[in-house]
Design a binder for this molecule. Structure first.
Ligand SMILES: [Zn+2]
Length: 290
């Protein structure tokens, strides 16, 4: 099965009130874990590639040429979108050229008018190529240089103007944070989410930093218009904890337990388990076929 754009996924998610999970690739193990999780849960899935991952895994072209044959090898039949996570304008163009089926242009750090101008250009390019486009406004808080912010809040008027350009998904800060949440985090701003949903006229909304947000809060967010939830940190924490346990139990010292595939296997299992739990929670399980 070929990569699909996330546009149809979003339309279905909006109609049937669930959210599609966006899981970040980091290495070969993560590709295996997420594809198997999606297939087992019969869930659509969005595989996210950050600039760092693209660098590490040999560039966008290598990733495009790796995930698809991997899907065929595993017999994956559920819809899979290969998506750029927080791309610059240049990265997005490069990834589209390489064959990505979905992209996120993150112009949130640019002056708003500049973000708007570049987004408008990308809407044209993405439409022509059949690639889905996610944009961001207002920035999303998180740990940067050791300083954890409480999560930024998007301006509804800016959301409206960006939505008007014809983008497919919008990421707007509603108090969500990348990375680990601080114990005194005040929670998502549902009043703001509802307002953004209203002014963007039902455009599918994206929640970044979906790790560690309480389930009830996530379900309320889905009911209020969130159609895509990005999960990364929780998968990474599960992976590392499982590999740590393997080493602490001294299993790497038994037989050929030192082999990299054996060492990382518990990490793959743990990552897969987290992804499957999220698909259940987001309501995307069983939604692979309409
Ligand atoms: Zn993000």
């Amino acid at each position: 099965m070929a990569y699909v754009s996330a546009k149809e996924m979003m339309t279905d998610a909006k109609q049937r009130r669930y959210a599609v999970g966006h899981f970040n690739l980091n290495n070969m193990e993560s590709i295996r874990a997420f594809l198997l999780a999606a297939q087992e849960m019969q869930s659509p899935i969005i595989l996210g590639v950050s600039g760092g991952t693209a660098q590490y895994m040999g560039g966008y072209r290598t990733i495009v040429g790796t995930v698809k044959p991997f899907m065929d090898h595993l017999g994956i039949t559920v819809p899979v979108a290969l998506h750029v996570d927080h791309g610059t304008y240049e990265q997005v163009l490069e990834a589209i050229e390489a064959g990505f089926s979905s992209v996120m242009f993150d112009g949130s750090a640019l002056p708003f008018e500049e973000n708007l101008r570049l987004t408008e250009e990308l809407v044209g390019i993405c439409r022509q190529k059949g690639v889905s486009l996610e944009c961001e406004v207002g920035g999303i808080g998180g740990a940067e240089d050791g300083v954890v912010t409480m999560g930024e809040l998007a301006d509804p008027e800016e959301c409206r103007r960006l939505a008007e350009l014809g983008i497919d998904m919008l990421a707007a800060g509603i108090g969500n944070i990348h990375g680990k949440y601080p114990p005194d985090w005040p929670g998502l701003r549902f009043d703001l989410l509802e307002e953004i949903n209203r002014v963007t006229d039902g455009l599918p909304l994206v929640l970044h930093g979906g790790s560690q947000i309480p389930p009830a809060m996530l379900q309320r967010a889905i009911a209020a218009g969130i159609c895509k939830i990005n999960v990364n940190t929780e998968c990474q924490l599960a992976f590392t904890a499982a590999v740590r346990e393997y080493i602490e139990q001294g299993r790497d010292l038994m037989g050929s337990g030192y082999a990299p595939r054996a060492l990382l296997a518990p990490g793959v299992e743990a990552t897969k388990r987290v992804a499957m739990e999220k698909m259940q929670l987001f309501g995307s399980a069983g939604k692979a076929s309409a």
